[in-house]
Design a protein around this ligand. Sequence first.
Ligand code: NAP
Length: 484
Amino acid sequence: MTTFDANTKGIFVNGEWREAKSGETEVVDNPTTLEKLTEVSNGDFDDATDAIDAAYEAFPEWSKMSPRKRSKILYRAYELMMEDVDRLGEILTLEQGKPLKEAKGEIKGAASFLQWYSEEANRIYGELIPASREGNRQFVLPQPIGVVGAITPWNFPSSMITRKCGPALAAGCTVVLKPAMETPLSAIEIAKIFEKAGLPKGVFNLVTGKAQEIGEAFLTNDKVRKITFTGSTEVGKYLMRESADQLKKVSLELGGHAPILVFEDADLETAANLTLASKFRNAGQTCICANRVYVQESIKEEFSKVLLEKVKQLNVGNGLNDGVDIGPLINENGTEKVQDHLNDATDKGARILCGGTKWDGEYEGHFFEPTLLDNITDDMKVMNEETFGPLLPLQTFKTEEEAIKAANNTKYGLAAYFFTENLDRTFRVSEALEYGMVGVNEVFPSVAEAPFGGIKQSGFGKEGGHHGIDDFVVKKLVTISGKK
Ligand code: NAP
């Protein structure tokens, strides 16, 4: 099994690995066993400023490098990641807790963004616009925006990084990354991969450490022209407010509250399997995972019976062990939040069909049993706030109109799903759902080739697809006066 040094350097600035200037470190523990894995540099404002300076210095050369050369380096990074899936997956499970199979899946997904953007680097096209003034020529030149400050969460510690850094680097930007302090080890591995792949010094910089201070360095330093953030809606709003002062370009991938609608014409087995996959993947700690399920009244009994049997079969335990489906939550706050949503629901009349308690197994970590709830009312917290844990409420609806209204009744707008075998309904409901992403008989929208992102208070900006490049380029109009 992978072991770690007592101290791990988490600051990578201008091609050099180092400790925090203050000498401070922060413990990283294993959420399954609560044992200490290592201590990582606890960087601050000064470390972040050094990293920004390095990225700023590296920008002119990197942005002018031919896309082909940038592409080659990104492709090499993709290859290095794929060659090391087993070890990287294990590190991810150790620091984050998700089952190894999911962790390896995440590493492959993370690598796929590097592959995709190594290809997209070659296809950042401009535009030639026919001029109304005779003789003039005008064209639109896409150029990299400059230094990017990237902030990522702990729930997908690898893929959230490459989904941002892939397009940023492909476009010719330089990057300072601040990963979540719960999961800095995957970020450190990615920095090593970029180093090994031949990324020039200063093009990618990493600062593990104090969120508030590193964030402040990004927000107050004019050299940072773009902030790309994945995390909670609350922190996203703060970053947007504070970016206003220097009018930085911002993109925000924030929280969600995904509904699943199961219509009476659905294939129930598929609907149950995918509801299970959507809700309980990563122990329910996924921004796009189902937070509430609405089932048409006529099939409610049958559907909940099928789903209940499947939920009962989920194995909770150490993600490194074979056959484990559900690992721990990331920390105690995580289990407390699930417990709070559960208590609130049962106080208001919900019935527990299975689970309903913290897992009392052989590991010390932050486990919660997969839980299914019935007798749900719309005023319950679980129907309105992101639960981020393995708790699933089953609500019913009578008509399609009622289902759409309920699904849209939220401040979030990230992902929504529905199950039907009816073609007309597929179009009608897809068009009516107010979400950035809709899945029809499908619950996994995050792939390298397609634009991922929300609307409403789930944020804005797209990651993935050729669209992912847009957030990292500015478009310059060049007008040339000429004779006919
Ligand atoms: P979070 O508390 O907002 O933290 C996310 C990142 O922001 C972490 O790196 C965190 O650092 C940093 N951060 C916190 N406060 C900051 C500040 N004042 N200034 C600068 N950075 C700051 O969110 P989380 O609890 O880690 O992640 C879960 C949330 O992310 C959920 O709401 C989930 O839905 C959302 N999410 C969204 C997507 C998407 O694509 N839409 C994907 C994944 C997750 P520390 O960890 O060091 O505090």
